[in-house]
Design a protein around this ligand. Sequence first.
Ligand code: NAD
Length: 452
Amino acid sequence: MEVNEAVLKAKNAFPIWSSLSVEERIEYMKKLSELLEKEKADITEIIMKEVGKPEIEAETEVIDAQASINHYSNEILKVDTKKMEFDEEAFPDTEGYVEFVPFGVIGLITPWNYPLSLPIWTIVPALLAGNTIIFKPSEYSTEADKKINELLNKVLPDGVFNTVLGGDELGKELVKSEIDKLFFTGSVKAGKDIMKNIGIKPVSLELGGKDAFIVCEDADIDLTVKGLLWGATGNCGQVCVAAERVYVNKKIAEKFVKNLVKEAKGLKKGKDIGDMINEVQIKKVESHIKDAVSKGAKILCGGKGEGLFFEPTVLTNVSKEMKIMTEETFGPVIPVIVVESDEEAISFANNSKFGLGATIWSKDIERGRKIGKKLNVGMIWINDINLPFEGGDYWGGTKESGLVSSESKVMQCLKKKSFIIYKGKEKRGWWYPYGMPVLQDDKRRDNDGQGL
Ligand code: NAD
């Protein structure tokens, strides 16, 4: 389908879809959840084949998608009109309120690293809010995303959900088209290009990261190593909130690194670690490792791959200006820097153009909270990593990692429309002819009532 054709279909479907009751739209989403259950095995296999995930990671995407449907079906019911108060004496007979209404046609552009669950984080709240959608998935996950399109179109009225397939040029076309709001998840490079092209349209940007992983001297080493290995090498490290920079306190650094290397060597190819998405990503990972080694870093394990598999890699003797500590690597690489104190870890962690997430590991939760308050990121985990709120609610980062929003996802899919209603029979005191100030004590107005 062409972008313009999709826009037209989505625009035509909007009036009917948006006029349904929320309960009716929830029923459609329930049907989607049932279809996901029925086709779980099939979808899992498609994801495994197409983006190289181990079975458990692929199946988790389906389970996560169903949890999102459940979550947003509850959240949408909480949306209510907001009553606004007027001073009865100054503005008699006045009613005011804000309604929350759908934007219209939502454009959604996504990456390949979570081909099902990530788009669903937006598709479901956007549909429940009454929007229609044009979906432009990654060119590297078209099979999985064709499946989403098939399932959604089995349950939804024609034109409500439309998919266009292609690469970045098609993405640009969608950005410039007559959509009413864009949700984009992807790289910083594409995010910057979108900001040049989008014009005056609301946009949500969820971009790349370089998350710090701070290990205090009182951390539970065993738990922390396990959290780090999963958080840095799960999905081959191709995760926006993967642990990409480790800052470990010098008092436990030696033991911590020894443990880390031992466990990293025990990860099983195929069962724990799948394949990377493509050669381009492998080359990027290799180039970051090469840059680090040329500047003095030591490879303690891994460092190479075979085909699309890349070994979990631990690097030490790392310094903060190496690419491995400054650029998003998006691979199963764990570079470790030893730090003197929490303050030094905080300062290193904040010294980054990214601001997506960060994790802190300490047996003292209050210490973790204090460190977390000083980190300039959108998401903090203490003794945990990459656990989203259900449906990816309140996900997002600061600085180059995106346009962090203080709104829930449902509210990001709605726009406000305010109503002010005058129920009096007399003209307002401040309308023509002038003479009477609005308020006797309103110092902002001249005596002749000529306003400010
Ligand atoms: P990418 O930016 O190359 O592509 C993402 C999507 O945008 C694709 O559909 C692509 O076709 C499209 N696209 C590319 N350039 C575009 C442009 N100029 N205009 C419009 N569309 C364009 O990213 P990727 O390699 O697919 O995904 C990996 C990136 O996504 C990483 O940086 C990762 O951190 C980020 N990501 C972020 C989050 C988050 O929530 N913050 C989640 C997942 C992935």
